[in-house]
Ligand binder design. Sequence first.
Ligand code: GRG
Length: 307
Amino acid sequence: MDQGLQFNLALAANASSTEVMLDRLLGFQNDTAEHPVPERLKSALRYATLGAGKRIRPFLVIETAKLFGIESEALLRVAASLEMIHCYSLVHDDLPAMDDDDIRRGQPTLHKAYDDATAILTGDALLTYAFEVIASPDMHISAQMRCELIVLLAKAAGPQGMVGGQMLDLLAEKAREALTQAEIETLQAMKTGALLQYAVMAGGLLGGCGSENLEKLAHFGRNLGAAFQIADDILDFDGDAAVVGKKIGKDSGRNKATLVSILGLEAARAHCSALAEQAKGVLRSINCEGSKDILLQSVDFIVSRQS
Ligand code: GRG
């Protein structure tokens, strides 16, 4: 089968099983009469998460675990909880106090469709519910596995990860001096890379990959995350808004620190390709039974995507 087609089928299949799990979890079948989720919040949670999005992070969780022969419902729960955190970050990032965006995933941003307060609460609810999902014994029988995943996710999403990176990003917009390449790389590793790195490490942990492979997965995820962010910056520079599903050209308009702005488009492209090749090299060195083909193809997709 053509490699591109094989990858697209795997991405679509994983997206669809993640969607089913998100729909189930955000249906709140366990809702109690005493403390029901308010209908407006339930509707906003579903608006923020269901229906669109490439679902790259869930894909990485599921496909990494497959390297080690594991396919289970636990993976879908971890994948869905990670997507909830990703969606919360998009909802909060789009608020007027942050990036102030009107369109996300081709539809009005949540605060436009609802209001700012509902958008803040939706983000808060997605973040807390994501942890409830992975802390629950329904996710995995082993308490140690649950704790390892909780700590890893908290680090990736919190002050030393995504939230910290977002803070650095907001500070950089107001800074008088441009950030250095090293500072931009740190910011991006925290803001974007950390969740992608968590995705592959969570897949590895659930697959019982062992400590040597886990270190390699961390390295793979770091390179992949860096390449993903440069590809995103390139899309903001010369992508097609209709395909990307949000406004483009915002980075230069807001004095955003990106590698495109300091290296130029061609050098940023070359750097992105080099990171992708390094990521593939690390992936090839992982010791596992399963085929690495789909994950290798995902690296090419991530750097050449149009949305
Ligand atoms: C508000 C704590 C907080 C963090 C915000 C995610 C984020 C941090 C900012 C969003 C701005 C942005 C475009 C970051 C670049 C990387 C990124 C997360 C792109 C969007 O991810 P995709 O391409 O989106 O996986 P889909 O819609 O496909 O899920």
